[in-house]
Design a protein around this ligand. Structure first.
Ligand SMILES: CC(C)(COP(=O)(O)OP(=O)(O)OC[C@H]1O[C@@H](n2cnc3c(N)ncnc32)[C@H](O)[C@@H]1OP(=O)(O)O)[C@@H](O)C(=O)NCCC(=O)NCCS
Length: 211
């Protein structure tokens, strides 16, 4: 799955940060980082987050999604229960070093009831609290958006959507900084939420459509 490694981003004080598909050796770090209450409250991760959840996420669900996507592109994801492509955000500089996962960013592919792509995906992300407030997630999300919009790429989306619980100001700040436009109130796992989207060609710069 190394072909889906993205060009590294550079974050303040952290240097080059790699984005590569999640793999089995990430399990322990994922388990530990996802104990954070904000990650459990604001993402769709199970709560409480058990070790078996991390095993399933790293060794089965995300791996199957990448394998299907690599073999058959977007249509191949339609047949899976887990339809999200998830990149690990890695600080360690050496390719092949499995350590270094500090967070994840993913795009969930949406499909119509007939199994055809709905033409867009929804972005989601979480980060080890030790690395918050450095612009790291903003940089990582922009890189994943480039992948999503890449013309003739395997996704080739026209738009990417985002939702977050109303009190999740950190996630909102990331979306704003990446150029997402506010599209109105919605719900997310039964919670009142903001929704926003960014379209191919929109500048990935702070957006003023938010109230
Ligand atoms: C959302 C998250 C990934 C942000 O990561 P990050 O790397 O710190 O993001 P950035 O540094 O790019 O931007 C963070 C900005 O959010 C804003 N912010 C953070 N906490 C905030 C708060 N409590 N109130 C208002 N704004 C806040 C700030 O503007 C901050 O920038 P600053 O540090 O320069 O002031 C991280 O907070 C996280 O993992 N949260 C828990 C999981 C989650 O909410 N995921 C998203 C689900 S939709």
């Amino acid at each position: 799955m190394e072909r889906f490694m993205l060009t590294p981003v550079v974050a303040a004080e952290l240097g080059r940060v790699r984005l590569t598909p999640v793999r089995a050796s990430d399990t322990e770090r994922v388990y530990q980082i996802c104990q954070h209450p904000a990650i459990q409250a604001y993402t769709t991760l199970p709560s409480p987050y058990e070790h078996e959840h991390a095993v399933s996420f790293c060794e089965e669900l995300t791996r199957r999604a990448w394998q299907a996507f690599g073999a058959g592109g977007l249509p191949a994801l339609a047949g899976l229960e887990w339809r999200e492509l998830v990149w690990a955000i890695r600080l360690s500089p050496e390719p092949g070093d499995d350590d270094g996962l500090v967070g994840c960013v993913g795009i969930k592919a949406w499909f119509n009831p007939n199994g055809e792509s709905a033409g867009y995906g929804e972005i989601g992300y979480w980060l080890d609290e030790r690395y918050w407030h450095r612009g790291l997630m903003t940089a990582a999300v922009k890189r994943v958006l480039e992948f999503a919009f890449y013309p003739d790429g395997l996704l080739d989306y026209d738009r990417v959507t985002w939702r977050a619980h109303l009190e999740n100001h950190a996630s909102k700040a990331v979306a704003q900084r990446c150029g997402f436009h506010y599209t109105g109130p919605t719900e997310c796992d039964g919670h009142p939420a903001w929704s926003a989207e960014i379209r191919r060609g929109d500048p990935m710069e702070p957006d003023d459509s938010w109230q």
